[in-house]
Design a binder for this molecule. Structure first.
Ligand code: IVH
Length: 684
């Protein structure tokens, strides 16, 4: 049989197959990265990719620079070549207040009306997140990616083509046939928060350098000499503008221009919008600011751009920034300050956490004077010393942390921090088991700090929910020696309470009423309240459902415990150790004697019979009858696994009110969606 061959000795059939595979892979890539709706499972994508790789390695002449196999990273380069930007890459002026934004709008209006634009005409703006990454300019010639460059000084950047090719959301080839002869697109390369956290965790495990923030991670990854390393970094891109263009009649409006880019397969930020006037801008700023902590990526503000490109031209730019755009910044999440001292705080389980006492600094919208250093290893790794200047970071509700020391500013005299040998609160020995990052006070409930934390946990909302028993009051009760164990709380009298400072009769009575009410609880809450190590809400729920009674749980050995979904050897050992401790059994007896009780646990004949057993479930939106935590606990107790992102691996999406993008994604992927009623039926 004779095989037809092409010029380079490649069978026509192989050449065809390679072309088909390339086309198909590009299509799936587009669905995955641009439409955010994968069309095939990852494994199938990998199979197609491997088939193409095999063909290309057999017939090297089939390899083309835009083949999806070429993303994995070419050989390292020895340095970066300079790239002259055909159109300069501008930067943005900043507005730090609403007033500054109004001033910006006034300047626009004045200039535009001087140029003949009707001042009454409403100005539309493109409003977009200001992404905290690294700016990039990517050049496509006849639709093929030919060059990618960093911003540099705006005129001259660095050639990072080898690295940018490894970013999966950057198309190597534009979609469609009507592509311009030359198209330079501009956007931001960034590392999404989840990827950043994962990357840093893994890097720390390997003992490698971690990145201080997602911006440094993006910029550092782009400037890697070895693209194989860049390929492993979870980088993404959003495009927001253009540079040099040849062979395209660019639409009049920025927003229409972007839509066209999207159709060529270039990814846009899904949170960008067209808004009207300054009011629209401020409203967008508020709305995005409120969602800042939920976004998948870091932003440091909002960018407004005059939508009409003819108006943009009339306005022009001054020095390096356009007059037609401005960045409206959020409160900074990182600031510099000085470490005055480092103290060790003792937590509920005795864990010693080093805390930096700082020169107060305004960051993330509040004044911060303490920041966590997590544990002694972290303190050593960051080499934080008393007297150092450090970068403090506070993102959203997260506890402020010391991100990094600024070594350039280290004074001659600094003091190295040592792990104390004795607990700073009770003087007991500090122990640190081999290989563990956490050092602990060995004092147990003898230690006032551990006692306070244990009581705080016991009283907390998701545990016994003792309304009005807050941190201050617990401190007072422990310091006045009125309460040693949780059971003591239920024996408090009005007189004892009134002996405390700032405690009147009314408040004392209210607290006793709250204690009375909390006696009626659930087994799950009670187990959680006990503060057994590694037993969080979900595990407490799973234990309660599985064993049904406290006696059954107490009688279980490690093997029996590990039969509970999600309970492994570590949790099982902690549970056994807890119930082996005489002191704990006594506290439990006393609590029961004080009238703490719960209704019998109703459980399915066996969790294995539940239709949710072993299923992967995602919750979204607001449920009307139960909180997110309770729903998660109920699902876990039934043997389901609750995750946060919808993928082809998701078995069910449970959608409450105001479900958004997750619902859309589930529908696109064909993941079954349950409403609250259907979920409650299944969970019965
Ligand atoms: S437009 C026309 N849009 O901010 C002006 N820049 O301070 C060119 N950035 O170098 C920039 N998000 O790295 C623009 N939605 C956005 C942006 C954005 C982040 C960065 C970009 C640029 C810097 C300017």
């Amino acid at each position: 049989m004779s095989v037809k061959e092409s010029a380079e000795g490649v069978p026509t059939e192989a050449a065809h197959r390679a072309a088909t595979l390339r086309e198909e892979l590009a299509k799936h890539n587009y669905s995955y990265y641009i439409l955010d709706a994968p069309t095939i499972p990852d494994a199938e994508y990998d199979r197609l990719l491997r088939e193409l790789e095999a063909l290309e390695s057999k017939y090297p002449s089939l390899v083309s620079p835009d083949s999806p196999t070429q993303r994995v990273g070419a050989a390292p380069v020895s340095g970066f070549l300079e790239v002259q930007h055909a159109e300069p890459m501008l930067s943005l002026a900043n507005a730090f207040s609403d007033d500054e934004l109004h001033a910006f709008a006034r300047r626009l209006r004045d200039r535009l009306s001087a140029a003949g634009v009707d001042p009454q005409e409403a100005l539309a703006f493109m409003a977009e997140p200001k992404l905290d990454g690294a700016a990039i300019s990517i050049r496509y010639e006849q639709g093929r990616l030919t060059q990618a460059a960093t911003r540099g000084d705006g005129t001259t950047g660095e050639d990072v083509t080898h690295n940018v090719r490894t970013i999966k959301s950057v198309p190597l080839r534009l979609r469609g046939t009507d592509v311009p002869a030359v198209l330079e697109v501009r956007g931001e390369v960034f590392m999404p928060r989840a990827g950043f956290a994962r990357y840093n965790r893994e890097a720390a495990e390997r003992g490698e350098k971690v990145f201080v923030n997602p911006r440094n991670a993006a910029a550092g990854s782009l400037r890697q000499l070895d693209p194989r390393l860049t390929a492993r970094r979870p980088l993404e891109v959003f495009f927001y503008g253009i540079g040099q263009v040849d062979g395209w009649d660019v639409p009049l409006r920025q927003s229409d221009m972007l839509k066209r880019l999207e159709r060529w397969g270039l990814r846009l930020c899904p949170d960008a919008e067209v808004v009207d006037g300054v009011e629209g801008c401020l409203d967008y700023y508020q709305r995005l600011g409120a969602r800042r902590d939920e976004l998948a990526y870091d932003i440091d503000g909002v960018v407004y751009k005059v939508d009409r490109r003819d108006h943009q031209r009339m306005l022009g730019s001054i020095s390096r920034s356009p007059r037609w755009a401005i960045a409206h910044k959020f409160a900074a999440q990182e600031e510099l300050t000085i470490v005055r001292d480092v103290e060790f705080q003792v937590g509920r389980t005795g864990a010693l956490t080093p805390v930096a006492r700082l020169e107060p600094v305004f960051v993330g919208g509040v004044t911060v004077s303490n920041a966590t250093l997590h544990n002694i290893d972290e303190l050593r790794r960051k080499d934080v010393r008393i007297g150092d200047t450090v970068i403090v970071r506070r993102a959203g509700d997260v506890i402020p942390e010391v991100a990094q020391v600024v070594l350039d500013r280290r004074p001659a005299e600094t003091q190295i921090v040592e792990l104390p040998e004795h607990c700073p609160v009770c003087g007991s020995d500090v122990v640190r088991p081999e290989g563990e990052a956490v050092a602990r006070c060995a004092g147990g409930l003898y230690c006032a700090a551990q006692r306070k934390e244990a009581l705080r946990h016991f009283a907390s909302r998701k545990a016994m929910d003792i309304v009005g028993l807050g941190t201050k009051l617990i401190d007072q009760l422990v310091e006045a020696d009125l309460v040693h164990t949780p059971a003591d709380l239920f024996r408090l009298t009005v007189e004892q309470l009134q002996s405390l400072e700032r405690m009147g009769q009314k408040s004392a009575e209210n607290l006793l009423a709250a204690l009375e009410k909390s006696r009626e609880t659930t087994l799950q809450r009670f187990l959680f309240a006990l503060g057994i190590r590694e037993v969080g809400e979900a595990t407490a729920a799973a234990l309660a459902t599985h064993f049904g009674t406290l006696e059954a749980l107490q009688g279980a050995d490690e093997g029996a415990l590990q039969a509970v979904p999600d309970v492994g050897p570590v949790v099982a050992a902690h549970v056994c150790a807890f119930f082996a401790e005489q002191h704990n059994l006594q506290v439990i007896d006393e609590l029961l004697a004080c009238g703490v009780h719960w209704p019998e646990v109703s459980k399915p004949a066996s969790t294995e019979d539940s239709p949710l057993y072993g299923k992967t479930v995602v919750l979204t939106g607001t449920l009307s009858t139960l909180s997110r935590e309770d729903a998660t606990a109920a699902l876990t107790a039934l043997g389901a696994k609750v995750t946060s992102t919808v993928s082809t691996k998701t078995d069910f999406l449970i959608a409450g009110e105001k479900a958004g993008s997750k619902l859309a994604k589930a529908e696109a992927l064909g993941v079954p969606v349950l409403d609250e009623q259907q979920f409650l039926e299944l969970a019965k």
